[in-house]
Design a protein around this ligand. Sequence first.
Ligand code: GLN
Length: 230
Amino acid sequence: MSKVIGVLDLQGDVVEHIDHFNRLGVKTRRVKKPEHLQGLRGLVMPGGESTCLRRLLKLFGLDESIRQAVRETGTKVWGTCAGAIILAAEVDGVREGMGVMDIAVQRNAFGSQLASFQTEARIPAVSDKLLPLTFIRAPKIIRAEEGVRVLLELDGYIAMAENEPALVTVFHPEMTPSLAFHRYFAEKCACLPEPMSEKTQHTGDKDTDESWNPTSWTRLAMVDAMKRNL
Ligand code: GLN
């Protein structure tokens, strides 16, 4: 397996994740078709809209191939927000998820898009620094069964958890200057460049990229559009 992390490229925060991995010097590949999963050590299922994502996964024949890659090839998966909903075993009381992690989630648990918010928390498994967290019409993880390790619990709900094949965050680390979560997942996939390149060494807190801003990713989207002659 090559040291590459795939980013599911159907809908949602695709370039934002690629941009974060680029900053760490981690190689990525966009995944639109089952054959793009070949040899991947990890796969990010980005946030977006889970009903839409679920339909597209089926339409492109990716749902079963992803399950297979996790089960048979040992590909690790990280679901952020809508991606976490897709990986869960139970969604709003119905056993309809992919079931990669035995958790129950409640969608849109904070209310409408207007109830989106930012906060910060300390997550010892990830970093000894306070980490910024961005919640966008987020779900809550309301139950975690045996075999699931809870990494962050906030007011009566779970916000981050993992098991052997998967990581889930109900918030959006790709929407903050922190690279800590991407580093954590890249480490889980054994995909961090060794030794860490100069490019990834930041002054001060090594996981905060001061050059990041909320529109940094548009740079990548523009390169993409140019390639496709848009
Ligand atoms: N509310 C969305 C859903 O249920 C998830 C939102 C997100 O990914 N930011 O699919």
